[in-house]
Design a protein around this ligand. Sequence first.
Ligand code: MG
Length: 203
Amino acid sequence: MKILAIGKNYADHAKEMGGEAPTTPVVFGMPETALLKGNKPFYIPDFTKEVHHEIELVIRICRPGKHIPEKFAHKYYDKIGLGVDFTARDIQTELKAKGLPWEIAKGFNDSAPLSPFLPIEDFDSINDLDFSLEINGELRQKGNSRDMIFSFDQIVAHLSKYFFLQTGDIIYTGTPAGVGAVNIGDRLCGFIGDRKLLDFEVR
Ligand code: MG
């Protein structure tokens, strides 16, 4: 399986990062070893002094497809979950300034905590879905999928032009505003609506 991710997919986050909202999706990949499941603790690696949290909705591909038209894209994913796209912001900023790829800032070990997936039918509309992140009981990020610059269907259609999407592939779909550093001892809880799907510690 592969993990694909979309950057700057919420205008308020693109703005806080000091950039314009993108006109085509910003795409990057992460290795499978980035996944951290089962609410296991996240250990801040020693190569960074600034790890930022990015709470994101994550979809799971349920059938193989290439060059998927947007109008059929909804048939290619059947589950939704919640993830954190931890980012070594200091390293990413340094590499970006040099015009270099920033994979190591995104795809390092355990950088992508992931909740269990829920069937899409559990929700009235996944295109109007509230999600949020609390740290130590305080609300830090909240978003709604209706504010995505590129919708789930547009993302799947776009990615399938370049990558053969296969069953089990997962897609992190971008974070709303409010990103910031995590610290040792923090407890992160992630919600879709009122459902708590993530609850883990930073060590
Ligand atoms: Mg992200």
